[in-house]
Design a binder for this molecule. Structure first.
Ligand code: SF4
Length: 371
C-alpha cells in the first residue's frame, strides 16, 4: 500500500524566523527514546497495512542533529520490520554545520543515497537576512565532504525573493552552485507564513519584501541560470540534471500516491484519508511507548470531489501536469492559452503560469462547474 515513508525528526539547533515546520530547539527527550517510538509506530502500521516501499525520506526539523550511530541502530531494527530490498531512494535532509566527512561515510554505508542540503544561500549577507547560523564556507565543505564520502545524488535548497535581492545577486548564487557536484536544486520563493517571527517583522515593516516586479525579474533570472546549468524544472520549485535525479519521494506526493508519515507532527495519506500525529514530542513518545496506542491527532476523509481537487493542486505543481479533462470548462479559454501548455491529453503550467499559479488555481477551484 504505502510506497513512500516519511520520518519526521523534529529537533533543531535554532529556530529560523521564516520556518513554520514543527520542530523544537535542542532535544527535550533522548534520541534513543524518540527513535524507539518511531519503530513502534512503524510496527503498528505494518500490522495494519502492507508496505511496498520505494522511498524513505528523513525530514525535519534537522535530521542531521542526530549522530550517525543513532541511524545505524535504527536501520538495523528497521530492516526487521520492513522489506528494504526494493527501496530505491533514501534521503536525509542535512544542515550545513552538522556533519563532517567522518559522519557522511557511515551514513552512506547504512544505505542513505540522497542528500538534501539546506544551504538556503551562497551569499553571506542573505544568510544573515534569513537568520541562519551557518556560513557559506560550511555549505561548501558539507557538499564536498558528502561527495567525497560517496554521495553522488546531492540536492541543495536555495531561498530567493529576499529583501534587496537583485538579479545580479541571484546570479552570484549560481556562480558558486556551478562549481559544486550537485545534481538537483530546490529553489523556493521566500514565503511569509502566519505565526512565524518573520510574519511579525513584515507587519512591523522591519523586513521589506521585494516588489512584484522585482519578483518577476528574479524569477526569470532563476529560470535563465538553471537552464545554463542544465537543471531542468520538473516541479514549480524543483530542478534536476536529469530524470534520474528527480526526487522520487516528492514525486509520490505530487502524484497523490499513498505515503506513511511517522514521528511527531507527521502527516500521512492512504489514498482517501489524510491524518496527522500529535505535535508534541513527549506526548508522541508516551502514546506509543507507555499507552501502546497510535499517536494520531486528527484526520480528514476526502470525498471524490475533494480528491480530484487535491490531484489538480498537486499535479499542476509538476511539469508533467494532469489530464486536461480534469479542469476542462473550469477556466476561461484565454487563461488556458496564456498560462498553460497542452501535451496530448495532458495540461501543465508554462513558465508564465507557474509564476501566477496560486491565483489561477484559486480561479479554477472556485469555478461554478464544481457545483
Ligand atoms: S528552517 Fe530548518 S533549521 Fe530552521 S527551524 Fe526550520 S526546520 Fe529548523
Amino acid at each position: 500500500m504505502f510506497e513512500g515513508l516519511y520520518i519526521h525528526i523534529p529537533f533543531c539547533n535554532q529556530k529560523c524566523p521564516y520556518c513554520d515546520f514543527f520542530s523544537v530547539v535542542g532535544s527535550p527527550v533522548g534520541f534513543g527514546e524518540y527513535f524507539e517510538a518511531l519503530l513502534r509506530e512503524l510496527e503498528y502500521y505494518r500490522n495494519l497495512y502492507g508496505f511496498s516501499l520505494k522511498t524513505i525520506y528523513f525530514g525535519g526539523g534537522t535530521p542531521s542533529v542526530v549522530p550517525p550511530k543513532v541511524y545505524e541502530k535504527f536501520f538495523h531494527r528497521l530492516e526487521k520490520i520492513i522489506d528494504l530490498s526494493r527501496v530505491e531512494e533514501i534521503t536525509i535532509e542535512v544542515n550545513p554545520e552538522s556533519y563532517t566527512y567522518r559522519d557522511f561515510k557511515p551514513l552512506r554505508e547504512i544505505g542513505f543515497n540522497r542528500l538534501s542540503v539546506g544551504v538556503q544561500s551562497f551569499v553571506e549577507r542573505n544568510l544573515k537576512v534569513l537568520g541562519r547560523k551557518h556560513s557559506v564556507k560550511h555549505s561548501l565543505e558539507t557538499v564536498e565532504n558528502a561527495h567525497l564520502a560517496g554521495f553522488e545524488n546531492i540536492s541543495v535548497d536555495l531561498i530567493w525573493g529576499l529583501p534587496e535581492q537583485t538579479p545580479d545577486l541571484l546570479r552570484e548564487e549560481f556562480k558558486i552552485l556551478k562549481t559544486l557536484p550537485v545534481k538537483h536544486l530546490s529553489a523556493y520563493l521566500l514565503t511569509v507564513y502566519e505565526e512565524t517571527p518573520l510574519h511579525s517583522m513584515v507587519e512591523k515593516g522591519a523586513f521589506k519584501l521585494p516588489s512584484e516586479e522585482r519578483i518577476e525579474e528574479l524569477y526569470y533570472t532563476l529560470l535563465g541560470e538553471t537552464e545554463k546549468l542544465n537543471l531542468k524544472r520538473y516541479e514549480i520549485s524543483n530542478f534536476a540534471l536529469s530524470e534520474a535525479y528527480q526526487s522520487k519521494h516528492n514525486l509520490l506526493y505530487w502524484r497523490l500516491k499513498p505515503f506513511l508519515g511517522i514521528g511527531a507532527g507527521a502527516w500521512s495519506f492512504d489514498g482517501k484519508k489524510r491524518w496527522h500525529n500529535v505535535r508534541n514530542i513527549r506526548l508522541y513518545i508516551d502514546k506509543l511507548l507507555k499507552e501502546n496506542s497510535p499517536p494520531m491527532a486528527g484526520e480528514i476523509i476526502l470525498d471524490e470531489k475533494e480528491l480530484l481537487k487535491e490531484a489538480i493542486i498537486m499535479g499542476l505543481r509538476t511539469t508533467e501536469g494532469i489530464p486536461f479533462e480534469w479542469i476542462k470548462g473550469k477556466l476561461p479559454e484565454e487563461v488556458i492559452k496564456e498560462f498553460f501548455t497542452l501535451k496530448g491529453d495532458k495540461i501543465a503550467f508554462n513558465d508564465k503560469g507557474f509564476l501566477v499559479s496560486n491565483s489561477i488555481l484559486s480561479l479554477c477551484l472556485s469555478s461554478t462547474e464544481w457545483k
